[in-house]
Design a protein around this ligand. Structure first.
Ligand code: 2DT
Length: 212
């Protein structure tokens, strides 16, 4: 029998929901329980495309809205060979944001529909599990101020949240909503349980294609 593949696990959520902290904690916990695991994040700002995106997010450059959407997608596609290789090697990937952020953020801009936004990401490796860290704006506000990057305003984040809610109605994606208002350990326990289930359930199944 072919060796077992790793699971593709994605964390999504609005600003300050704790995605990055939880990704790190999950990878540590998986490694400690004998499951090889690594984190990844999108955008990956280290590539040439990632550097264009980073300058845009830091407001050091302006890019036309469709153009930057396609760059975010291209940044995922350029990492697909690496992702597939790791998954085949049995490494579980814990990914901080993916195509769902891509669609939610662009479609929150005027003049964009969900369908157009999804197109460039159709066929990407399909996550075995997508956890949405749910946090209401009042609780997010208690966690401190917004940063200075593009998109970090409460009005924009509210429309992003609405777009995520539309995306979560799609039953072809294995969404789990996590209550991110719990303390860090409580959130981690929920995430770990869902992740271990996903790893066990998908290890002998082929990787799917997103939105296809
Ligand atoms: P962080 O690096 O702090 O997560 O912020 N975004 C992200 C998009 O607009 N499209 C995408 O495809 C992705 C992955 C979300 C990155 C910012 O970029 C936004 C916040």
């Amino acid at each position: 029998m072919a060796s077992k593949r790793g699971a593709l696990i994605v964390l999504e959520g609005v600003d300050r929901a704790g995605k990055t902290t939880q990704c790190k904690k999950l990878v540590q916990a998986l490694q400690q329980s004998g499951h090889p695991a690594e984190t990844m994040r999108f955008p990956d700002r280290s590539t040439t495309i990632g550097q264009l995106i980073s300058a845009y997010l830091e407001k050091k450059s302006d890019l036309e809205d469709h153009t930057v959407h396609l760059l975010f997608s291209a940044n995922r596609w350029e990492l697909v060979p690496v992702m597939k290789k790791k998954l085949e090697q049995g490494i579980t990937l814990v990914v901080d944001r993916y195509a769902f952020s891509g669609v939610a953020f662009t479609s929150a801009k005027p003049g964009f529909c969900l369908d157009w936004c999804k197109r460039p990401d159709v066929g990407l490796p399909k996550p075995d599990l997508v956890m949405f860290l749910q946090l209401n704006p009042a609780e997010a506000a208690l966690r401190g101020q917004f940063g200075n990057e593009r998109y970090e305003t409460s009005a924009f984040q509210k429309s992003v949240q609405e777009k995520f809610e539309q995306l979560m109605k799609d039953p072809s994606v294995n969404w789990k909503v996590i209550d991110a208002s719990q303390n860090v350990e409580g959130v981690h326990a929920d995430i770990r349980t869902h992740s271990l289930n996903a790893i066990n359930e998908t290890q002998n199944m082929p990787l799917g294609e997103l939105w296809k």
